[in-house]
Design a binder for this molecule. Structure first.
Ligand SMILES: *Cc1c(COP(=O)(O)O)cnc(C)c1O
Ligand code: SF4
Length: 421
């Protein structure tokens, strides 16, 4: 299948969109897409979305912006400003600023080596360095809950890649505690195999003894499985995966799936099989999102399908405190109920998934459950990852609050402070 991408200007040109959406719905999408990035492709439109029931379709909601993602008043402001580009830019900017575009921990932890900054990296937890290849900061389609703006780059890409990776290698060499490098984005698999090689081959060639695991965080299996099957450089990508394995690394393919429906097409099944044949291990993760996957049945079925396809369920995340959190957010108490209900429906093979977890400034905090200590109702929380490794796997308590969406809305219980304070 030929890759065809659609944005706010072109989406109505797709016949399935044009024949199903009303003029009013199209107008609403145009308004909301001024604030939130919108991009979709022919695979998502033709093979994932069920157009007969698109209103409640989880993939439609995952990729097409919705009127309610903006507060009614903001929606009106954008709509009225649409005729005047200058005013529109101002209105959009002011709304974006309200939406906490740089949530906790995103801009911190920029590592340095020899006085030079690794701008495209983040080293928050001891063992793992995150690397954001500049050309991987976009995606095959955009999730409506995500607040990342695509960054376009007009530079000599290969030269840029090799400079960046040189610094990354130097940094890892100087840090024997690092065992994992995680390529992330956006989506690093938006890059051509040739470009990806420019990052990965020098890393393999450096033979850093303490580096053991190469991770690739990607949504491509969900949004464009042909990347691994029929794209021109699909075979070469699989060869690159094999080379990583042959060089002695564990290749952890961290796949982002939001709904079991993304696991059912022949294309995704073939892609998974091909990736697995290289020796890569696929682990899965997703945030829990209202309107998309806030039901135990959806999660239980998703994990079962994943295990059936040889994937390992890994993380359930809580939606970040950014963007349209008022629309997608699920309270921590409800997220835990869904998690528990779903976990209890699957065998131990799918209970590898941890969550619901918040990636917050002090670390990854999981909601272990709701409990009673004396006469006080509490959340039991646990640090799955922490900036300070001494805090890892130390449960702690917060006062029960059925509405809280994020750690900053919780108060410590049975102690003055949270353990990370
Ligand atoms: C989740 C995460 C990691 C990896 O944590 P694991 O539990 O080892 O998967 C590394 N860095 C950051 C910033 C993370 O959010
Ligand atoms: S694939 Fe990931 S980075 Fe891209 S839009 Fe979706 S959540 Fe955001």
């Amino acid at each position: 299948m030929e890759y065809r991408s659609y944005n706010v200007k072109s989406f109505v040109k797709h016949p399935l969109v044009a024949t199903h959406l009303s003029p009013e719905e199209i107008e609403d999408i145009r308004v909301v897409a001024q604030v939130f990035p919108f991009k979709v492709n022919n695979y998502v439109i033709e093979e994932l979305i069920d157009w007969e029931h698109y209103h409640d379709d989880p993939i439609f909601r995952l990729t097409f912006p919705h009127k309610q993602m903006l507060e009614a008043e903001d929606f009106q402001r954008v709509k009225e400003a649409m005729a005047n580009p200058q005013e529109l830019a101002q209105v959009v900017e002011s709304i974006r600023l309200k939406l906490n575009p740089h949530p906790a921990g995103q801009l911190h932890n920029v590592p340095e080596i020899g006085g030079r900054k690794l701008e495209g990296s983040q080293h928050k937890y001891k063992e793992t360095i995150l690397f954001f290849p500049k050309q991987g900061q976009t995606c095959h389609a955009y999730c409506s809950f995500c607040f990342r703006w695509p960054q376009f780059v007009g530079m000599d890409e290969l030269k840029f890649a090799s400079k960046e990776v040189e610094l990354l290698i130097e940094y890892i060499q100087a840090h024997p505690e690092i065992t994992d490098v995680l390529f992330t984005g956006g989506d690093p698999l938006i890059m051509s195999t040739r470009l990806l090689r420019a990052y990965i081959e020098p890393l393999l060639a450096a033979r850093i003894p303490h580096l053991r695991n190469i991770r690739i965080g990607t949504k491509t299996l969900g949004f464009w499985p042909y990347r691994f099957t029929r794209d021109k450089d699909a075979d070469d990508l699989l060869r690159l995966f094999e080379e990583i394995r042959k060089a002695g690394y564990h290749l952890a393919f961290m796949a982002h799936f939001n709904h079991y429906r993304e696991l059912l097409t022949p294309a995704v099944r073939e892609a998974v099989e091909r990736i697995r044949s290289t020796g890569a291990i696929i682990r899965t993760q997703s945030p829990i999102l209202r309107h998309i996957n806030d039901s135990a049945e959806v999660w239980a079925r998703m994990w079962k399908e994943q295990v059936a396809l040889d994937m390992i369920p890994y993380y359930m995340f809580v939606a970040r405190d950014t963007g349209a959190q008022h629309y997608f957010g699920v309270p921590l108490a409800r997220a835990w109920e869904i998690y528990r209900d779903a976990i209890s429906q699957v065998s131990g093979l799918a209970r590898t998934v941890r969550g619901p977890s918040m990636s917050a400034t002090p670390g990854k905090i999981a909601v272990v459950g709701v409990s009673q200590v004396g006469d006080q109702q509490v959340f039991v929380l646990n640090m799955l990852q922490a900036k300070n490794p001494d805090l890892v796997d130390r449960p702690f308590f917060a006062k029960y609050n059925p509405e809280a969406l994020w750690i900053d809305e919780l108060e410590p219980a049975l102690s003055e402070k949270f353990i990370f304070e």
